[in-house]
Each structure stands twice: as structure tokens, then as C-alpha cells.
Design a protein around this ligand. Structure first.
Ligand SMILES: Cc1cc2nc3c(=O)[nH]c(=O)nc-3n(C[C@H](O)[C@H](O)[C@H](O)COP(=O)(O)OP(=O)(O)OC[C@H]3O[C@@H](n4cnc5c(N)ncnc54)[C@H](O)[C@@H]3O)c2cc1C
Ligand SMILES: NC(=O)c1ccc[n+]([C@@H]2O[C@H](COP(=O)([O-])OP(=O)(O)OC[C@H]3O[C@@H](n4cnc5c(N)ncnc54)[C@H](OP(=O)(O)O)[C@@H]3O)[C@@H](O)[C@H]2O)c1
Length: 281
């Protein structure tokens, strides 16, 4: 049986004309327990279709310890034709009604145990393309809230600097890591801008190109990711979580597969794997 609850949009922050962060609160006030990295099915009445409710999946950017609201970051899909749900979301404002399913999906939940039952203490590297950063906002806030001691690296790729949603949030989490010490909270954030030649990005001094370039070895040596963490990335010391276009997942795996990394979808006979991903086509 499909469970669907009535809910209300309580906050809308337009980051630019086609990128929005918004919050939704179930009308009964109940936010069920869920896991960082899950998504939810959101339904919205579409005016041009006689207020018929149309549903789509959206990753939860909020974390499970936040019992007040769900948060989402959504791109308005305009090409080749305006998307049915996203167009409606961009007309929505505080007080508007939507419906929600229950949080679901295991593709991107955080691994706690290795295949042999030992605790998974590997470094966590999150690679998000565009709005594919959403599950990793949830990861970072959750891991911070529970005091997880693993090393966490968030890599975000966007076409334009103003599409680096949650840059402030991640930067503050990194600053806290520097203040408190890595033994208390070990968090790093780096971003890549893929259209550096465009005028709007002229002040960008960070990594350029698509986000998977963080894994590309420079002149046969270390990759920017390896320079950041200070050691060679291996299947023993690092796990990867990727969300974005299929091209982003393929691009990351082009670097990882030759080094022996395998995905959850394609795990070894003994059940071991190092990479989890969610693709949006
Ligand atoms: C697990 C999961 C999590 C997701 N999380 C997020 C998230 O956090 N943020 C986010 O922004 N998105 C997310 N998505 C994507 C989201 O579910 C929707 O697919 C997206 O928002 C587009 O929905 P839409 O109704 O606006 O577009 P649709 O109406 O479904 O259109 C989809 C595509 O088809 C094209 N199209 C529509 N009609 C036609 C036509 N007649 N002929 C040709 N082309 C057409 C549109 O231009 C568009 O490119 C997620 C998807 C999944 C599966
Ligand atoms: N969990 C999910 O399934 C999920 C989550 C979030 C969003 N989505 C959906 O994904 C769609 C677009 O997301 P977005 O607008 O956030 O992305 P975007 O801004 O178009 O792209 C983000 C980054 O990915 C790069 N990129 C674009 N196409 C690529 C490809 N084929 N291969 C590798 N890299 C690519 C872009 O580089 P360039 O500058 O070179 O284009 C940019 O650096 C939306 O329709 C959204 O609804 C799904």
C-alpha cells in the first residue's frame, strides 16, 4: 500500500532562477525515522493538468536528526520541455500543499559494517554533481550529529559558482574540523566548477572541470584528492558515494575500476564493495 501524507511547504529559498532549496513539514507533524542518503516521493497538484497530483522522487538534503522539516534542493528542468513537477515547484510558495511518501531507498545509505562484520572505518568520499549534492548534505549533517570519527571528504561539481549550493554549510563544517581537530571531527569540502571560461565564473580559483577530475592523477603522480588526504587512495582505506548524472558515476568509475574498486551493484562474491551510487540518468 502506498502511504502518502499531506504536507505544507514552509520555506522557499531561490538560489537562482532554476535552483531552489525548500522545506516541507508533514501536516500531522510526524517525521518518521529515516537514513541519511534516502529520498522521498513528493506529489504536487499541477495546475495545467486540472490540479492532478504528479509525483517525483527527491533526495533528502535534511538529516535524520532534524525532526522539524524535510529539505530539498531542486533544479527546474526546462529542456527540451518544462518538467511537469519542477515547473510547479518553481511556482510554489510558503503555505502551499504537497503530498509526501515515506523516506526510502538504500542505494546511498552510509555503510557501517564491512562484509565480514568489522566496523567500516574507511574514509568516506562523497562525489556530488549538481543537485546530486543533496544526499551528501544529509550525510555530513548526520555524521556530525552522531559524532562519527571517520574522515569525510565532500566533492561537489557544478557548472557555475552560484550553483554550489550548501557551500557555506560545508565550509563551516570544515572550519569546525580545523578548530576542533581531526580526532574530533574530520571533514573536508572541495568544489569544482566545470565552465571556468564563462564570465560569471571569472573569479573562481579552485578546481576546474567536472568533479571527477579530483581523481585524475596530475602528470602521472597524485590526484588532487590524494593530495588533499595525503595518501594513496586504495580499496582498503577509502569508500566512495556518488550521486549525479550517469556520466559523473561513469567518470568516477573510470578512475576507480582500474584500481580494483567495485560497486555495491557489482559486489564481490564475499559481499565486499567500496562504491555506492545513485544515478539520475
Ligand atoms: C532517487 C531520485 C532522487 C532524485 N533527487 C532529486 C533531487 O534531489 N533534486 C532534483 O532536482 N531532482 C531529483 N531527482 C529527479 C526528479 O525525480 C525528477 O525526475 C526531476 O525533478 C524532473 O521532474 P519533472 O516532473 O519536472 O520533469 P518531467 O516532466 O518528468 O520531464 C523529464 C524530462 O523529460 C522531458 N520531457 C517532458 N515531456 C516531454 C515530451 N513530451 N517530449 C520530450 N521530452 C519531454 C523534460 O524536458 C525533462 O527533461 C531525483 C530522481 C531520483 C530517481
Ligand atoms: N538522486 C537523483 O537521482 C537526483 C538527484 C538530484 C538531481 N537529479 C536530477 O538531475 C538533473 C540535473 O541535475 P543538475 O541540474 O543538478 O545537474 P547540472 O547542474 O546540469 O550538472 C552538474 C554538473 O554535472 C556536469 N554534467 C552534466 N552532464 C554531465 C554528464 N553527462 N556527465 C558528466 N557530468 C555531467 C555538469 O558539467 P557541465 O557544466 O560540463 O555541463 C556540472 O558540472 C535534474 O533533472 C534533476 O532533477 C536527480
Amino acid at each position: 500500500m502506498v502511504v502518502e501524507n499531506k504536507a505544507t511547504i514552509t520555506y522557499v529559498q531561490l538560489l537562482k532562477e532554476d535552483l531552489v532549496v525548500f522545506r516541507v513539514v508533514p501536516n500531522d507533524g510526524i517525521i518518521p525515522n529515516y537514513k541519511a542518503g534516502q529520498f522521498i516521493t513528493l506529489g504536487i497538484p499541477v495546475i495545467s493538468e486540472n490540479y492532478k497530483t504528479v509525483r517525483r522522487a527527491y533526495s533528502l538534503a535534511s538529516h535524520p536528526e532534524n525532526r522539524k522539516y524535510y529539505e530539498f534542493v531542486v533544479r527546474w528542468v526546462r529542456k527540451p520541455l518544462p518538467g511537469r513537477v519542477t515547473t510547479q515547484i518553481f511556482y510554489a510558495s510558503e503555505g502551499d500543499k504537497v503530498t509526501l511518501g515515506l523516506p526510502t531507498g538504500n542505494a546511498l545509505t552510509i555503510n557501517e559494517r564491512l562484509h565480514d562484520g568489522r566496523k567500516d572505518d574507511r574514509r568516506i568520499v562523497c562525489v556530488g554533481g549538481g543537485t546530486g549534492i543533496a544526499p551528501f548534505v544529509s550525510f555530513a549533517k548526520h555524521l556530525h550529529a552522531v559524532g562519527d570519527k571517520r574522515e569525510i571528504v565532500v566533492l561537489h561539481g557544478a557548472s557555475y559558482v552560484d550553483e554550489l549550493s550548501y557551500r557555506d554549510t560545508f565550509t563551516k563544517l570544515e572550519e569546525e574540523s580545523l578548530d576542533r581537530g581531526k580526532d574530533q571531527w574530520n571533514f573536508r569540502y572541495r568544489a569544482a566548477v566545470s565552465r571556468p571560461q564563462e564570465w560569471f565564473n571569472r573569479a573562481w580559483k579552485g578546481q576546474t572541470g567536472r568533479v571527477e577530475n579530483f581523481l585524475r592523477a596530475r602528470d602521472g603522480g597524485k590526484s588532487p584528492l590524494e593530495e588533499l588526504v595525503g595518501e594513496k587512495i586504495t580499496t582498503e582505506n577509502t569508500s566512495f558515494y556518488i550521486c549525479g548524472w550517469q556520466g559523473t558515476i561513469d567518470g568516477v568509475m573510470d578512475f576507480l575500476s582500474p584500481q580494483g574498486f567495485v560497486t555495491y551493484h557489482d559486489k564481490r562474491e564475499d559481499g565486499s564493495f567500496e562504491v555506492k551510487y545513485e544515478s539520475y540518468g
